[in-house]
Design a protein. Sequence first.
Length: 499
Amino acid sequence: MEKEAESKFPKESTLYVGDLDEEITKEQLENFFSNYGIVKKVKIFRDKITQRSKGYAFVHFLIPEDAQFARKEAQYQRLGYKYIRILFKDEEIDFPPNSNLMVHNLDPGISMRELHDFFEKIGEVACVKITNHGTAYVQYQKMEDAQKALKVLNYSKIKNNILTLSISDENKPSKRNLYIKHLPKGIPKDEIELMIVEVFSKYGTIESTLVEKNPKLDEYFGFVCFSNYESAKNALEDLQKNPITLRGAKDQLFVSWYESKEERKKNDDRSNLYLRNLKLLVNEELLKARFDRFGKIKSILVKEWCPDGKTPQSKFAYCAFFNTEDAEKAVKQGPKIKDIQELFLNSNEVFITYHLTKEKRKEQLHKGHTSSHESNATKTPSHYNMQLNLNSKPFTFNSNKSEISTPTLQQNKLEYAKFPTNQPITKSQTPMDERYSMEIEEYRSKLILLVSQCVGDSEAYSIVDKILKNPQTTPQTLKGMTSNQNFLEKMIDLYKTKG
């Protein structure tokens, strides 16, 4: 119960204390931090077998403001034989990439506090760490500040030495943290951590492990930090290729690189695929069998498309890969592979693209709308404001007149262009011939994507079908819909009203 209660402490009132002297006891640490506020709990992380301190701890304060004060005032103070580093809980693995500077040619007499203050002239520094080799690491909160410091402070002089700077993770892989889930339930956290160490220690030296509980899902997840990138990479690749199930767990162990919120959001845009116009026989197993050639698949979801709400006409699917590179291969190579073409209603129209959230689709639509206005600042296309009569008849041949009438755009209205009948009618004269229809059909995919962000996938297909089947629809109409948001929304409302 005590261990589960630990995860309930707010992160803003919990400090991570690193570079901790291994001889420091729980009581000593609690007494030290009690000088800065009311301490609710202290936990020093220890090796499960030897019980030796791992050199870091969590200190939980009652009031977040006390934690803030302690972080500022106790930072780099000597405790035992070492100078401690203080961060907020989980802050150390949440820093953006390329925000960590490596500092060379340090003066031997410089302190961490002096180094911290020197670099904080550029931006907020989370912490610094001086090694035994005349180098140090300066961790900024923001990547932009690290980049600025690299330009401004490189070759600057501090004390008697001229510093040289570099981004510590710029030229070599720096990932060492793995994220794991599908851990056992109903087992104490200590036992779960022992299982994790037993599984992962064969790949290399483990610096730390952390197991937390998601209260909403009532399940555990964890992190494993290796001493180097290669060990973490070997563990990741082996456990993805040869998955295992821990004792007491229902599902196979899930292992991936740890990613910050920003990284997850960015990668999700390029690792999740959207497929549509699939045959009704397609299911998750079949889709996985055809797409796992591109790489490890995280999840697949297949749904039926029922335009009338009852009878399914086709299926659409979402396919998520672990790696963005594998998803990119599926998008580029998939439409050319025969057994993947066979999954679609029309093998010549294989629709595989990146899945976009509604927010992302709105953003792209807005960008298209903005760029259209910028490029046409002095000239607004007339088809943006044109009105359609959905009850109009298709183009017809009138035997009493020597003309054929077809809908065209004239003076912001749809009128009928006249073609003489005393000459043979050719493709260039007949807008609704095969060439003309193909030109209109080219807009189908883009229209469905744009309309679906306004009304949802199912209704989008129905509306787009009505638009394309309407004899008054022209390529100019569709061009206006795909480049102007206001016009698109008016057209959607119009076709929804007419039904």
